[in-house]
Design a protein around this ligand. Sequence first.
Ligand code: MF3
Ligand code: CO
Ligand code: CO
Length: 236
Amino acid sequence: MKKAGHLNYLTHEEIKKYLKPGITTKKIDQIAHDFIIKNGGIPSCLGFEGFPASICISINDEVVHGIPKNRKIKDGDIVSIDFTVRLNGYESDAARTYIIGSVSKEVENLVEDTKKALMEGIKKVKPGARIGDISNAIETYAHNHGLSVVEELVGHGIGTKMHEEPDIPNFGSPNTGIILKEGMVLAIEPMLNLGKKEVCMLDDNWTIVTEDESPSAHFEHTVAVTKDGYKILTGE
Ligand code: MF3
Ligand code: CO
Ligand code: CO
């Protein structure tokens, strides 16, 4: 899983080089697809429950599961990139939101604070801690920074399948949920909105957007529970 996580990280780093105004989301998808294959991995989002691309690209008010197409990214957009990489039978899952050019201070804060909310959740990971400790840390950080938490989509266990037990909501109470043990691997992934928490699905049956059309950010890491804490498998 460490190797799968590392290839996921390298793929994000590769994509980053191309994120400039004018590139289409389809082109970004193609770059990611080819890079994963070239390095011996499988872009396991492709065909997952019928998803038509290798990566999810969600812009501005799109929360997650945006489908790459002919749309060009432009100055002032925030672009969330989320995908799984399968390697030697194991999955990895990571997401980042990028600011393209210049955005308002509040949108910049949304992106930075979502990244920090993920880290607040990750810092709770250690043997003996509980899922609710992670959930609560993310929720508390989000609310303290004026952001709302998407409730319909959650983090998850990960292993030979991309989605395994348990669910990891981005809200909840400390001291609830299953107890973490060394060797478990979790995909933790806050999705935070600048406006209201409500989301809905577009007619393409994939793209999740905010109901009030406010911008949304998403960060995700695959994290292993270690003897005395955690290791981020999709980090540097
Ligand atoms: N990477 C997503 C997650 O964080 C799952 C995407 S499924 C896909 O759980 F089919 F949309 F790719
Ligand atoms: Co993901
Ligand atoms: Co995930």
